[in-house]
Design a protein around this ligand. Structure first.
Ligand code: BG6
Length: 363
């Protein structure tokens, strides 16, 4: 049951601090500033030979994989990317011995993801699973992996499994990084950042009432644009996906840098923009983009560490600062509440959106 919450979705949003604690539980090693991942079934020597990481998954699992790929590149300096499993399986992919394949799935039953795993294995590749459901088909098909321990997720739209997946990738990136060239000081920085996440997620959830009011106001629109740069871009994609899935409001996600190469033509008062504006080395670039939107009478809702000048953003939701590599996790939390409360304001079937299933086990 929903334990006093109006929907499973909002219950699961509020379960995130506990879910993250479970994903981290017993896996942080303070002494060596690394992570222990007993289920990888790969020793340090095997991991050292990996030259590339290819992540595959569908829907939110694919976007969580994009965040994971960025973490692996940043912390371990190993080239990594994420691709929809549904595309990967049909394009006769080149499977390389020194590439590590990682399949992401909450349910562990998504057919496209399972077929992609089987394709990699058939060609002799090594696949790890980042999976929530213990003993599921994808978990069994993989050579090893990381269980999320996020607890059951009932609502069709993924929230706590998404967050736990990104946390699992942070652990994998830390482990990989410390086997390669990540310094002990940087390892410690990430360990401390991971430990701070549950409390910081709680802080963001305390702003639910304010976010609900903004959601009701912004839901009344033609569509919404989500923008972010580099680390912010997968956050924008997941935010747009969540809004589409449960509120049926049309949403587009773009890298903030691409706006001027096309979608700026869409900007009008009826198409507000949700902008990810972390206080990082790209802040000035992001603020310039907000100015370009405001100059075309676009409305801006900023998700930020510090509120931008009111001339650049009509509204701001502030999130606490973690380490720059982990900030995307926190920037995503207000977007979950935004999508949820937009769907509630529009009286949608929040937990069972039209045309969607929790796990698609057919082709
Ligand atoms: C889709 C669901 O069909 O499957 C999404 O609607 C989900 O919410 C996606 O992200 C992948 O599911 P799973 O179980 O493989 O993570």
């Amino acid at each position: 049951d929903t334990a006093g919450h109006a929907h499973f979705l909002v219950k699961e949003i509020h379960e995130q601090p506990a879910a993250v604690e479970r994903t981290l539980s017993g896996r942080l090693d303070e002494r060596f500033a690394t992570a222990h991942l007993g289920g990888l079934n790969m020793d340090a020597r095997e991991l050292r030979d990996i030259r590339r990481v290819k992540i595959i998954g569908c829907g939110s699992a694919y976007y969580a994989g994009q965040m994971g790929a960025q973490l692996i590149e940043e912390l371990a300096r190993i080239p990594a990317d994420s691709e929809p499993a549904s595309e990967f399986r049909y394009r006769n992919p080149v499977i390389e011995a020194d590439t590590l394949y990682v399949a992401v799935s909450q349910s562990g039953e998504t057919y496209d993801t399972l077929a992609a795993v089987q394709e990699v294995k058939r060609k002799g590749g090594r696949v790890l699973g980042v999976v929530n459901t213990v003993g599921s088909a994808i978990a069994r098909a993989c050579d090893g992996g990381i269980y999320l321990h996020a607890g059951p997720e009932i609502s069709v739209a993924s929230t706590k499994a998404f967050t736990s997946t990104v946390v699992a990738f942070a652990l994998l990136a830390l482990h990989f990084g410390r086997i390669n060239d990540l310094s002990p000081a940087d390892g410690r920085r990430i360990v401390e950042g991971l430990k701070a996440l549950p409390g910081q997620i709680r802080e963001i959830l305390e702003q639910e009432k304010e976010i609900a009011e903004l959601a009701a106001e912004y839901a009344n629109c033609q569509g919404m644009m989500f923008i972010g740069r580099v680390r912010g871009y997968p956050v924008a994609r997941e935010g747009a996906q969540k809004l589409k899935e449960i509120s049926y409001v049309h949403a587009e996600a773009y890298p903030a840098s691409e706006l001027k190469h096309g979608p700026l033509a869409l900007i009008s008062p009826e198409l507000p923009t949700v902008a990810l504006v972390p206080d990082d080395e790209l802040l000035d670039k992001n603020l310039t983009t907000l100015g370009e939107i405001r100059a075309r009478a676009g409305r801006v809702l900023a998700i930020a560490h510090r509120a931008p000048d009111p001339k650049l953003a009509n509204h701001s939701v502030l999130v606490p600062r973690n380490e720059p590599e982990l900030d995307p996790l926190l920037l995503n939390i207000p977007l979950q509440l935004l999508a949820y409360h937009a769907a509630v304001a529009l009286e949608r079937d929040v937990d069972k959106p039209r045309n969607l299933a929790k796990s698609v086990t057919v082709e």
